[in-house]
Design a protein around this ligand. Structure first.
Ligand code: IVH
Length: 683
């Protein structure tokens, strides 16, 4: 009976964790814990066949299907691999392979297990025709346009003996450097951070805007070739052939013929993987010969010819000393654990994020507890577990989320459906005020040099600036009088403040710090509506009618301007002389496309798609992703899809050729000078 209850409990838990992982892209437990729970459930279900349930989390691979993408069925289901954290189980698998092959000789291809999301690429006649995510293993989301922006994925293959039609699978990844840059940017905009590069890659590939995907600089490694008529019997050899056709294949694959060699490979990469530019979470071992693979065959969800050995994420036990609560510029309150310093993956960890009230509650944390901290794939360490065994009689206070703001005392609020608590006192809570000023002067906003957080704090303490508009009332004498600031820095600050009056409108819009209006959204809004007044007066309906603007962003804009203090602040900034509207043709181009919504479709000869997007925007137009009655025209290249052509015809939207378009904006056609990987068609 106890085991029955445990099965039910595990199923419910794993369903919840699956949902958090696959749908919300925000895992709350480590892979190790997840796998351990899954293993426990699977063992119990084996013991209790009478409790079989086709909906049990053990019966399906997780699903990453999302709304908004067309779905496509995989020709061969996308299975997962059996996982183990134990070297002993690797040895047992090796032995099973040996027995399964009737003691015939075999080789094992050892590879890194890349930690991203799997992708299936379909090539026909040497050209990429479709890219599909794993989805639920049977069918996935068609993300071809996004995948085309990944520079290392060839759109057209190098000449070679590839089959006429084949599929290649691999992993889409976000390199550590891109991940850190993206999270730093999100932190600045107070957007939720991605927990690890895998979630960032998955979130990025599911965006509806390939231009943003392109900026995020995803990477990819291919590791599995499928189809009839592959060149070789060896998996390793086929991957080398794939590399010669232009695919990015790992340099670290190795063929081994004994279990000792396999173990050496595992031991080497457990350490060396830390020096790789992308995240890995284990080693994949595959029987190399395709003939032997098919002899061994598949189980229900995974092949018998392969296994994944997963690295244990490094974790350490340390003491929780206290919990502090930080207030950000939007009022979001983040709980932070202060820990007894401990060495973890090469750095000393003193603090870890506790994310939100639910996570604190789920951990059942008490001050003084011994806790496990883990970095795993994550940049910010987190507490994964309390060591209940070491809790003494003198148990400390239970950690509870605070009810009032630690900075200004206001009662905190929690919006429906959100995990975070907020301090609503935006007008007089000091870290919110200082945070908004720091954001306003930051490089990507008004770019006022010399006003770092400490200087802002000095001015704020002295009562000289209470909001962003006060910056413009600062005089050289005020500044020079401040402790630690000499005349030279004072005059630099004054120059920076003056210069900021020339910053274009879209950056002013970003700088005023409307929640969810980051750099890209500010650009979209500025181009669509043209001026601060138009944005201030726009209804929800108008705002959500703009490509890429959803209800969350629109709601935030409307409620920002509904507050009289914000509206007055914007009026003061306008009176000071900041730019409050778009200047037509202010970029590199002119205004030949003013107000036009343009869809790009097909393959081009003279510029890449990204370049055309930039050209549309710099000439006053808007690049929109789908055809509607509002579309002004379609910039049509070769091979425009028949569905799009038909829709355009139905709605009477004109098609404009590449050359006509270039003429429209007064540009000469360029000779074969595309800058990204949109290779020219081979004729
Ligand atoms: S082979 C039938 N090779 O791990 C097995 N997978 O749980 C096909 N992965 O979904 C997969 N690196 O996303 C293979 N070198 C590698 C891999 C790899 C990462 C991922 C892949 C797969 C998961 C298996």
């Amino acid at each position: 009976m106890e085991e029955r209850n445990r099965i039910m409990e595990l199923r419910a838990l794993l369903h919840k964790y699956n949902q958090l992982y696959y749908v919300q892209n925000s895992p709350v437990i480590s892979d190790y814990e997840f796998d351990t729970l899954m293993r426990e459930l699977s063992d119990l279900e084996l013991k209790h066949p009478e409790l079989y349930d086709s909906n049990s989390p053990t019966q399906r691979v997780g699903s990453d299907l999302s709304k908004g993408f067309e779905q496509s069925k995989h020709q061969y289901p996308m299975l997962s691999l059996d996982n183990t954290y134990s070297e002993q189980e690797v040895r047992e698998w090796f032995q099973r392979v040996r027995t399964g092959l009737g003691d015939e000789e075999f080789e094992i291809c050892c590879e890194l297990k890349y930690d991203g999301l799997s992708i299936s690429l379909i090539y026909e006649d040497g050209k990429l025709v479709k890219a599909v995510t794993r989805g639920d293993g049977v069918q996935g989301d068609v993300v071809t346009d996004n995948v085309r922006t990944i520079r290392c994925i060839p759109l057209v293959l190098e000449p070679g003996t590839y089959p006429k039609s084949f599929e290649i699978r691999g992993e889409v990844l976000m390199p550590w450097t891109s991940f850190e840059r993206l999270n730093a940017e999100r932190e600045l905009n107070e957007e939720p951070l991605f927990a690890n590069p895998r979630n960032a890659a998955s979130g990025t590939l599911k965006l509806q805007n390939p231009a943003i995907v392109s900026k995020r600089q995803l990477d990819s490694y291919l590791y599995y070739l499928l189809g009839d008529g592959l060149p070789e019997d060896g998996h390793y050899e086929n991957m080398m052939a794939a590399a010669s056709w232009g695919f990015k294949v790992s340099d670290h694959m190795k063929k081994c013929s004994s279990i000792e060699q396999v173990m050496d490979y595992i031991a080497y990469w457990d350490v060396e993987r830390r020096n790789l530019p992308v995240a890995t979470d284990g080693i994949v071992l595959k029987v190399n010969s395709l003939r032997q693979q098919s002899e061994l065959g598949f189980k229900a969800k995974s092949p018998r010819w392969a296994i994944a050995y997963k690295f244990q994420a490094e974790r350490q036990l340390t003491r929780l000393e206290s919990v502090s609560f930080q207030v950000g510029r939007t009022g979001a309150v983040t709980p932070v654990a202060n820990l007894e310093p401990v060495q973890l993956s090469g750095t000393v960890v003193k603090r870890a994020t506790l994310h939100n009230a639910d996570i604190i509650e789920g951990l059942d944390l008490h001050i003084g507890d011994m806790v496990y901290v883990e970095k795993g794939g994550e940049i910010i360490p987190k507490i994964t577990e309390v060591d209940f065994g070491s809790r003494s009689m003198l148990i400390g206070d239970k950690v509870r989320f605070i009810e009032t703001c630690p900075e200004c005392g206001a009662r905190l609020i929690r919006y429906q459906g959100e995990a975070a608590h907020y301090c609503p006192n935006s007008s007089s809570c000091p870290p919110q005020i200082k945070g908004r000023i720091e954001h306003f002067v930051s490089r990507k906003a008004m770019n006022i040099d010399g006003l770092g957080p400490e200087t802002i704090d000095l001015f704020y303490q002295a009562g000289l600036i209470k909001d962003i508009a006060d910056i413009y009332a600062l005089g050289a004498r005020d500044i020079a009088r401040m402790e630690r600031l000499g005349e030279k820095s004072a005059s630099n600050i004054i120059k920076g403040i003056e210069k900021s009056k020339q910053i274009p409108f879209e950056r002013v819009l970003f700088a005023i710090g409307i929640r969810f209006v980051g750099e890209t959204v500010a650009k979209i809004l500025a181009r669509a509506l043209g001026s601060m007044d138009a944005i201030r007066n726009a209804s929800m309906e108008t705002l959500v009618g703009i490509d890429e603007i959803g209800a969350k962003i629109a709601g935030s804009i409307v409620s920002f301007f509904a507050q009289p203090a914000n509206s007055e602040l914007v009026d003061r900034l306008a009176a000071i002389g900041l730019k409050m509207e778009m200047e037509s043709g202010n970029d590199t181009g002119g205004n030949a496309l003013d107000g036009k919504g343009i869809v790009i479709s097909g393959v081009f000869e003279h510029h890449s798609r990204d370049e055309y997007k930039a050209l549309i925007e710099s000439n006053g137009g808007r690049n929109v992703s789908s055809i509607s009655a509002q579309t002004s025209f379609i910039l049509a290249g070769d091979n425009m899809g028949p569905a799009k052509r038909e829709k355009a015809q139905k709605l009477g939207i004109p098609l404009v050729s590449e050359l006509e378009f270039l003429k429209m904006i007064g540009l000469e056609p360029k000779e074969n000078t595309k800058t990204n990987n949109e290779l020219l068609l081979p004729f």
